[in-house]
Design a protein around this ligand. Structure first.
Ligand SMILES: Nc1ncnc2c1ncn2[C@@H]1O[C@H](COP(=O)(O)OP(=O)(O)OP(=O)(O)O)[C@@H](O)[C@H]1O
Ligand SMILES: Cc1ncc(COP(=O)(O)O)c(N)n1
Length: 270
């Protein structure tokens, strides 16, 4: 009997429903992929900001990995908010223990409202311990700057930063351009075989961008869980965001959530 595609998100929750694990579940659901979840942290959050965050005891994080890998056939996984160095280490240990691949690492550092979701001293652990395990790592521009310790001002800098991140052990790198101040947003992709490409789209003039990064990495994970190739899964992720960001829903008073119902179509439909 054919197994239904199953994926895993390892991240933090968002009580406001727009980002984190909630965005991951909605994205995977829209892609017809069954979503399992390891909750690393819980946030009290809305579209305005994060009001409070609490990272779970690491034995509880371990227990969730054990429950999932005892029962499910996970075909792709992604990481999101990991809180601090202790939790990065815990997640890394579990990724190694359960041989979790393909793995998308979304190195979430700061929420749209400005609250830190990864302590500064954990960035080194992400670089040295997590990025080398990544099939694809997906920093936004400020995250790429923090990881590479460089300033990214133009396309040439973006290419240099991606090469630097690849040299840290990530197989494929996407530097997301959502934070660019221009009419066109360009995400840069550097693949493991050294080839590269840009994915450009018009910048949608909206503040409803909560969870765009989570949604992109989950859409890519979904496509991989269904057996898509890496370049095709990446292009699918971008097209997913491009479609849903244009058809906003009015929810909340700040950086509103995306409209996960409105998606372009799922690859390898079951
Ligand atoms: N205003 C926009 N219009 C069109 N595409 C956008 C816009 N903002 C972001 N994107 C797309 O969304 C995806 C995520 O990019 P972004 O740089 O916002 O990630 P992020 O900062 O990690 O997101 P988040 O932290 O909100 O989860 C990229 O594919 C980017 O091109
Ligand atoms: C639990 C969690 N994970 C990720 C984000 C990033 O999303 P954004 O940058 O849109 O705030 C978030 N706000 N909360």
């Amino acid at each position: 009997m054919k197994q239904y595609p199953q994926a895993l998100t390892i991240a933090g929750t968002d009580s406001g429903g727009g980002a984190g694990i909630q965005a991951d579940i909605k994205t995977m659901q829209a892609c017809h992929v069954f979503s399992t979840n390891v909750v690393v942290a819980v946030t009290a959050q809305n579209t305005l900001d994060v009001q409070k965050a609490f990272a779970l005891p690491t034995d509880m994080v371990d227990a969730q990995f054990a429950s999932i890998y005892e029962d499910f056939d996970i075909k792709a996984a992604k990481t999101g908010m990991l809180a601090d160095a202790e939790h990065v280490a815990c997640v890394v240990q579990n990724i190694k223990k359960y041989h979790i691949q393909p793995l998308i690492v979304d190195p979430v550092m700061v929420a749209k409202g400005g609250t830190r979701l990864l302590s500064k001293d954990a960035i080194d652990s992400v670089i040295h311990d997590l990025i080398p395990l990544a099939t694809i790592v997906t920093p936004n521009l400020p995250e790429a700057e923090a990881i590479t310790n460089m300033t990214i001002k133009n396309h040439e800098d973006t290419r240099t930063a991606a090469k630097k991140i690849a040299s840290m052990g990530a197989k494929n790198v996407i530097i997301k351009g959502g934070h660019q101040d221009s009419d066109i947003i360009s995400d840069y992709v550097l693949l493991s075989d050294g080839t590269d490409f840009w994915m450009a789209s018009p910048k949608v003039d909206t503040i409803r961008t909560h969870g765009t990064g989570d949604t992109l990495s989950s859409a890519i994970a979904s496509a991989l869980a269904k057996g898509d190739t890496i370049p095709s899964a990446i292009r699918f992720g971008k097209s997913f965001i491009e479609t849903i960001i244009q058809q906003d829903i009015i929810v909340g008073h700040g950086h509103g959530p995306l409209n996960h119902w409105k998606m372009a179509g799922t690859p390898n439909e079951i």
